[in-house]
Design a protein around this ligand. Sequence first.
Ligand code: PRP
Length: 225
Amino acid sequence: MAKQIITIALAKGRILQQTLPLLKQAGLMPEEDVLTTRKLMLDGPRIGDWLVRFLIIRAADVCTYVVQGAADMGIVGQDILLESRPNVYAPLDLEIGRCRLCVAGVESLVREGMPKRGTRIRVATKYDYLTAQYYRRQGLQSEIIHLYGSMELAPLVGIADRIVDVVETGATLQANGLIEELTLFHISSRLIINPASAVTRSLMIKPLIAKLREAVHNQRKKRTP
Ligand code: PRP
């Protein structure tokens, strides 16, 4: 019987597929197939006296579970860390989930260039904080149209002048006749740690970070032989 449990929150969706090879390489695979199971809490390996347990949750909720201490560690996109600025340690760039946080819009509007200083601009996004901060720095007033997904639709139906969203391949922008205006941040996924767990459970957390760091290193070597 494992004496202690260490809990890792994993984000559902596109990051999860890229997370699995890292977990496998680090010897941290869940016992069931996370891509097909409907279970949200899965056991992983036993390491000494410890049982590794996984929570499978929405990317936007990973920080909440880690901040609350329901998970000791988590894997989450840096876009979410930049937007919500949670009180967590982020010691490791996992070099997966690479994308960019971009401003984009309808081609004709983007070609006109940035509106004059002092102008009001309507921006559809789920990154309210980063968007408002960016436009404030440009001397523009932004009206944030908060959406939860399918941002690319907003300029097409006339409710926004721009979107701020993640772009990976650019296919969604292209399919909807939008073009990128600029990149705000280059994004990848990060390992995050609850600060209290980092102290009280360092005996397990430190080796886990080391395993994942080595897995990142090995995956990098595979990509660039
Ligand atoms: C994300 C993002 C874009 C799209 C970009 O959406 O919001 O819509 O991916 O990827 P691409 O550049 O490779 O086309 P996601 O599919 O995660 O769903 P969402 O709209 O619910 O956020």
